[in-house]
Design a protein around this ligand. Structure first.
Ligand code: HAM
Length: 361
């Protein structure tokens, strides 16, 4: 986390993520009194003191969602995951892979027992591990499973797996989450090494990766964190959520050619003359409220110049409005792709364009 003093010696901390903040808001605003669960989302900058590389920044943006309160029904876990997978699908993101796991809970017969076994096994192979993993055997043995070091992979593959050590309730919860995902047609891969870097998780954890991101390929991470609200001074509360890395999402979309904002306009209004100006302003307003993207030059341009600009902007149509057109009540619509023109009255124009698909949709 970034923490520092400003010039008035006030202590400033920059948030590394927003799940804890959402939990604090839940407590502070008495949201436990609302119908449960409470579903929230956020978007905004986060700050982490990491070594920057492609897709990993010190200031980055997250889009997150959290479900707080109510039950810990596995259907909630599955619905949260289904929602983010649907979002990625609608964006046309490709090569999307969902990894899931359960890391149990903090009762002695569940995760702590597993961690003890894991630690004992790690001690046996300690000398074969790198310095980071050796340190983690003491500080947080689960994080050894995160290791990307080539020579540690074969060793890690032989370690005990948490799925085989979950308590009865956590095992049942995990099995039900998987069933619920199958019910929803959400494809997943079980990844027993997915322990996630934040301490508040229990039971369900998940991560979604996408194409074109190199080693920093997680576009979304999340999981269940029952108990976090209580830890922060609130009532015992169930919780699950995720955060999408917006920068990585955009990088991945760009990689598959979907990143650029759609170029072009539906209609470029080429107008000349005072009366045409009033008609052009009215037409722009009507077309925009009908859902078309419109470019209306703020000052008068010669038709030749205006059509040149319409073309450069990638407009689909040019609406040509001179004082003559206005007095005749017959407007000229030019299709820029083939140069064809047609005369239309004002109501006909809207009717005609409505039948066409807006470029901006
Ligand atoms: P996280 O896995 O630490 O989870 O971050 C979520 C996502 O934020 C990552 O998958 C990644 O796309 C993006 N991200 C993380 N660090 C960076 C960085 N330095 N530069 C660019 N992108 C980054 C959380 O933050 C949890 N709060 C998610 C959550 C919500 N769990 C439950 N509710």
């Amino acid at each position: 986390m970034y923490s520092f003093e400003d010039r008035d010696e006030a202590s400033i901390s920059l948030r590394p993520e927003a799940t804890a903040s959402v939990c604090r808001a839940y407590i502070e605003h008495g949201m436990a009194q609302l119908p449960q669960p409470v579903k929230m989302y956020y978007m905004g900058p986060m700050f982490r003191r990491e070594r920057p590389q492609k897709g990993r920044y010190r200031q980055f943006y997250q889009i997150g969602a959290e479900v707080l309160g109510g039950s810990d029904a596995p259907a909630i876990d599955a619905e949260v995951i289904e929602m983010v997978m649907t979002f990625f699908d609608r964006l046309g993101l490709t090569g999307v892979e969902l990894d899931i796991n359960s890391i149990g809970h903090n009762a002695p017969e569940c995760r702590p027992l597993y961690v003890q076994k894991l630690k004992a096994e790690l001690e046996k192979v300690k000398d074969e591990l790198g310095a980071d993993s050796q340190r983690r055997i003491e500080t947080n043995p689960l994080r050894v499973l995160d290791s990307k070091l080539e020579h540690e992979q074969a060793i890690i593959a032989t370690l005990p797996r948490i799925a085989d050590h979950l308590c009865v309730d956590c095992a049942a919860h995990y099995a039900a989450v998987k069933r619920q995902l199958e019910l929803r047609g959400v494809f997943f891969k079980e990844n027993w090494r997915l322990v996630r870097g934040l301490d508040y998780y229990m039971r369900t954890t998940f991560e979604i990766t996408a194409k074109g991101l190199g080693s920093q390929n997680a576009v979304c991470g999340g999981g269940r964190y029952d108990g976090l609200v209580e830890l922060l001074g609130g009532p015992p509360t169930k919780g699950i959520g995720f955060a999408i890395g917006e920068d990585r999402l955009i990088l991945s979309l760009q990689e598959i050619g979907k990143g650029a904002a759609p170029l072009g306009r539906d209609v470029y209004i080429a107008w000349m003359g005072e009366r045409a100006c009033a008609a052009a302003v009215r037409a722009a307003k009507n077309l925009r409220s009908a859902g078309f993207s419109v470019e209306l030059p703020p000052t008068e341009l010669k038709f030749g110049k205006a059509l040149e600009r319409a073309d450069k902007l990638g407009s689909r149509y040019a609406l040509i409005l001179g004082d003559n057109e206005v007095s005749e009540g017959s407007w000229t619509l030019k299709t820029l792709a083939d140069g064809t023109q047609q005369k239309l009255t004002e109501p006909e124009l809207l009717e005609y364009l409505r039948k066409q698909k807006p470029v901006s949709s």
